[in-house]
Write a protein that binds this ligand. Structure first.
Ligand SMILES: [Cu+2]
Length: 163
């Protein structure tokens, strides 16, 4: 003789429904929000006398690393140009012997890399969408030699909008 319901299905008992709810709540409590994305790492390589860097840079937190593939010391100085200012305008000002400061919103920072000396740090920057950053090296091989920026060690990137 069977005492099962005719349908063969039974609603969960009240206690098992509470147990299910407790498991669901525990699972939800374990789901923490995803951590914010970390900064992008961008490596710039300096040589005698040029910079190699990605064609495009994304807006947002970024850590720049600077390697020296050349034979002489280099710096990677970075400046934020005022909106609408181009690298050509800055370089024209420099070639004329004038200060480009009025064309800049500021200096972001400087990394220095000496050949054969390990690089142990980076430059953290919050890259702003639509803004242009200039990278340049003003080191000279000797006091009577031109700054490396005049030899081609200058570049810029306009930051793309975040995806
Ligand atoms: Cu240099």
């Amino acid at each position: 003789m069977s005492t099962r319901p005719a349908s063969g299905h039974a609603l969960p008992s009240r206690s098992s429904r509470f147990a299910l709810a407790a498991v669901l709540l525990a699972a939800m409590a374990c789901q923490e929000p995803p951590p914010p994305p970390g900064p992008r790492d961008v490596t710039i390589t300096g040589s005698d006398y040029a910079f190699q860097l990605p064609d495009s840079l994304q807006a947002g937190p970024t850590v720049f690393h600077f390697n020296n593939a050349g034979k002489v010391p280099h710096e990677m100085a970075m400046a934020l140009l005022k909106p609408g200012v181009t690298l050509e305008q800055v370089m024209a000002r420099v070639k004329a012997g004038a200060s480009p400061d009025s064309l800049l919103d500021g200096i972001v920072g400087i990394l220095i890399a000496i050949p054969g000396v390990p690089v142990v740090g980076g430059l953290s920057v919050e890259l702003l969408p639509g803004r242009t950053y200039a990278m340049y090296c003003n080191f000279q091989d000797s006091p009577d030699k031109p700054p490396h920026s005049a030899l081609g060690m200058v570049s810029s990137r306009t930051i793309a909008a975040a995806p």
